[in-house]
Design a protein around this ligand. Structure first.
Ligand SMILES: Cc1ncc(C[n+]2csc(CCOP(=O)(O)OP(=O)(O)O)c2C)c(N)n1
Ligand code: SF4
Length: 271
């Protein structure tokens, strides 16, 4: 899998990335561009749509088409682009704030409608860009800039939410395993239809890491590794013991028509 570099999709003249040293976003970005290359996608056929946020800066570095939207509305913009030109590969790159908090409604409806786009969520458990506030995926008791004594809310299990909303493909992975990220994005590209959602558990060492007393990036990645369990290894016996675990793997992989196909079928006789 590593035989792909993904470099042709990158505006190398703009490197280094704007992201802090140790941020997980570079790992997701590299896996995504390798998956594009693995599937021979043409740059002219790709649109990367983002909202505001650190992960939302990813489109700056892509040599594809791009649309930098507003915070929380990236999925809505991506929907419009796909419906306007269904031949495009539309990737929407959302943070957990953008996609699961302010934009949570767009996410569940995109899944229910099976809009034919690929959403890649960098879930770093907080709002990175604005200073480490809690989001809809911040774990209970975590310290953030808006939960100084520990967060009092529970977090969304975002992959399970998107699964129950009806998406055709849902997978969770972590930045600890870049090959798994690439594999899931590649699979989503190959599926071609429906709403395909890849949640990547990432790290924000600058805020979440520092507030929660991780001494460095390596410690954060080791913590992810220690808590990761593959969905295939869960049975009825240990399902009760998943508290604090990161369950990775494919949550859904089903055949769906996709909204574009349904729309075309219904409007055939109108032409
Ligand atoms: C409508 C609106 N509300 C709030 C903001 C301020 N804002 C910009 S980015 C952001 C949070 C970013 O967090 P996330 O989407 O998780 O991305 P990250 O920076 O962690 O990658 C917020 C609240 C905004 N730009 N627009
Ligand atoms: S603030 Fe956090 S999410 Fe943003 S670039 Fe820095 S480490 Fe990454």
């Amino acid at each position: 899998m590593m035989k792909y570099s993904g470099r042709k999709y990158v505006k190398e003249e703009l490197l280094p990335f704007f992201w802090c040293p140790g941020c997980g976003n570079g790992i997701i970005f590299a896996a995504m561009t390798r998956a594009m290359e693995e599937n021979n996608l043409e740059k002219k056929d790709i649109v990367a749509v983002t909202g505001i946020g650190c992960w939302g800066k990813a489109d700056d570095y892509l040599a594809t088409h791009a649309f930098h939207g507003t915070h929380g509305r990236a999925i809505a913009v991506a929907t419009g682009i796909k419906l306007a030109n269904h031949l495009l590969h539309v990737f929407v790159l959302v943070g957990d704030g953008d996609g699961a908090t302010i934009g949570g409604n767009h996410l569940i409806h995109a899944a229910r409608r099976n809009i034919d786009i690929i959403a890649i969520m960098s879930n770093n458990l907080n709002y990175g860009m604005t200073g480490g506030q809690y989001s809809g995926t911040t774990p209970f008791n975590s310290i953030t800039s808006t939960s100084r004594k520990g967060h009092i809310e529970d977090a969304f299990d975002i992959s399970s939410l998107v699964k129950s909303a009806g998406a055709g493909y849902v997978a969770r992975c972590t930045i600890e395993n870049p090959q798994m990220i690439q594999r899931f994005i590649s699979k989503a590209i190959k599926k071609g239809k429906g709403f395909r959602f890849i949640e990547v558990i990432s790290i924000c060492p600058t805020y979440y890491g520092r507030y929660n007393k991780f001494s460095n990036t390596v410690e954060m990645i080791k913590d992810i590794k220690a808590r990761t369990i593959n969905i295939k290894d869960i049975d009825r016996e240990n399902i009760q013991e998943l508290e604090g675990k990161i369950v990775v793997g494919e949550y859904v992989d089903k055949k769906v028509d996709g909204l574009v196909h349904r729309y075309q079928e219904k409007s055939k006789d109108d032409i």
